[in-house]
Design a protein around this ligand. Sequence first.
Ligand code: PBG
Length: 326
Amino acid sequence: MYLQRRNRILRKSAAIRALVNETILTPNDFIVPLFIIEGTNQISEIASMPGYYRKSLDLTVKEVKELWSMGLKSVLLFIKCEDALKDNKGTEALNPNGLMQRSIRAIKDAVPEMVVMTDVALDPFSSYGHDGIVENGQIVNDPTVEVLAKMSVSHAEAGADFVAPSDMMDGRIGAIRAALEESNFTQTGIMSYSAKYASCFYGPFRDALDSAPGFGDKKTYQMNYGNRLEAIKETVMDVEEGADIVMVKPALSYLDIIRDIKNEVEVPVSAYNISGEYAMIKAAAEKGWIDENKAILETLTSIKRAGADLIATYFAKEAVQLIINN
Ligand code: PBG
């Protein structure tokens, strides 16, 4: 047999494969989501996210020190709001001494160089479990955006490096940028969840924060998973309104969207390897049906190969260890 081109030559040995490898994960790629609860020395495993924990602030600070020592450079903070503090307008979200604001300060005090990103949305604070204010059974856009802008300023005041609005209300990026400018927070970034789909894979996260919607679903603000052009429209608008980093969420069922957006915009693109994606790997590995470590590396590499510059993932620590040992 005569062949002009033999592609297997570049796969002949581990060394050659390493030389021609196109996509390499590094600790700089990852954003580590953290779930923070009230109290001291409190830790509880999230039932649907085996191996992932809610931790009180003292333990979270320890964790952040460890993450930094491993080479991880950014954390994305979520807090679990006490039920008694929840209301329709997310009042607690604006409390300068709320758990989120205290957490930002404590983490920046302990590890000043760690890039602290904060979730901006009403759902953990909402008595309805929705990302916006509810009036007559509807999620109302403009009053919600006002709260999100104030919330962002409050996080910036506490020392957040980036606010990360995850709500999908219209016009919130522009409003947040304007509010930050007005308050002179000219160094605070915005990582926008710009193409966020209404997904069944958020289930475990809603268990973690007890933030499942009390009625209906999130389809009037999160996107229909059948749509592609809408993701580009949303993302381009967010960049125009002032987003520094954009995001596609979830990641795995949306690798095509990550690539389309990477080709479309000139800002860094992040992707959120979400709770349900974590749970699926954990569950299959627990049953002995897949090799967990290999699944983690293959999954994260596929997200980066699709075009993500940054990946928020619950596997960040494992991934760093795997990269080092590889
Ligand atoms: C809510 C929010 C969600 C996630 C991050 N922020 C869930 C939702 O929209 O209901 C999901 C993250 C995950 O599933 O890992 N603003």
